[in-house]
Design a protein around this ligand. Structure first.
Ligand code: GTP
Ligand code: MG
Length: 198
């Protein structure tokens, strides 16, 4: 699956812009700057698929990518939280994210990215609440593991495990990643390929 290129299909600013529900979709959600677009690039094995930036608020649409190998669509979402963008814009993204995450029949799994340095923030818990309520399967991915000592990482893992323990739609295992160093990338590729077969 990931040995073949992924291609950019379109950026959707409203639900009506989304492609037909003709294949499995997975989505990457998380606070602004947590590393969603970087993780998609790491999975796809390129630095040029999804645009990344130091400035929170880089991704401003639901950016749709498709595998050229299998019927899989990857959705890169705008970040929630502290994006450096006008409030009306951020509000519009929030509505779009919510509508997509809770109303898309072909959405097989959401990867909820959480910064490995901080653990889940209130906004992450709100999204998890919504996914639990909508019974949409999700898994927490800790990002930027390269910025942490083993001890710090253990602390975040404990915090995060406690936060997902009683959540019905949460996958019980965390994935620890570094898009920069490659940690967890092969594991995630294998899991996504398995989702497609299930
Ligand atoms: P928005 O689109 O603004 O919501 O952000 P995003 O979640 O897509 O984050 P993005 O991938 O653009 O990355 C944000 C910043 O974090 C960039 O400067 C990346 O280089 C950096 N970054 C992402 N992943 C990693 C990682 O694994 N390790 C390190 N050290 N930096 C990372
Ligand atoms: Mg992004």
């Amino acid at each position: 699956l990931f040995a073949r290129p992924f291609v950019f299909v379109k950026g959707a600013v409203r639900i009506a812009d989304l492609p037909e529900m003709d294949r499995v979709e997975i989505a990457f959600a998380g606070r602004s700057n947590v590393g969603k677009s970087s993780l998609i690039n790491a999975l796809a094995g390129t630095s040029a698929l999804a645009r990344t930036s130091n400035t929170p608020g880089r991704t401003q649409e639901l950016n749709i990518f498709e595998s050229t190998d299998k019927p899989l669509r990857i959705v890169d979402m705008p970040g929630y939280g502290f994006a450096k963008a006008p409030k009306d814009k951020v509000d519009a993204w929030t509505r779009l994210i919510h509508a997509y995450l809770t109303g898309r029949a072909t959405l097989r799994r959401v990867y909820v990215l959480v910064d490995g340095r901080h653990g889940p923030k209130p906004h992450d818990l709100t999204v998890m609440n919504e996914l639990d309520r909508a019974a949409v399967s999700y898994q927490v991915v800790l990002t930027k593991a390269d910025k942490l000592t083993a001890r710090e990482l253990d602390h975040t893992i404990a915090l995060t495990k406690a936060a997902i323990a009683k959540r019905p739609a949460a996958h019980p295992e965390l994935v620890i990643t570094s898009s920069q160093k490659g940690d967890g990338i092969q594991l995630l590729r294998t899991e996504i390929a398995a989702l497609l077969e299930s």
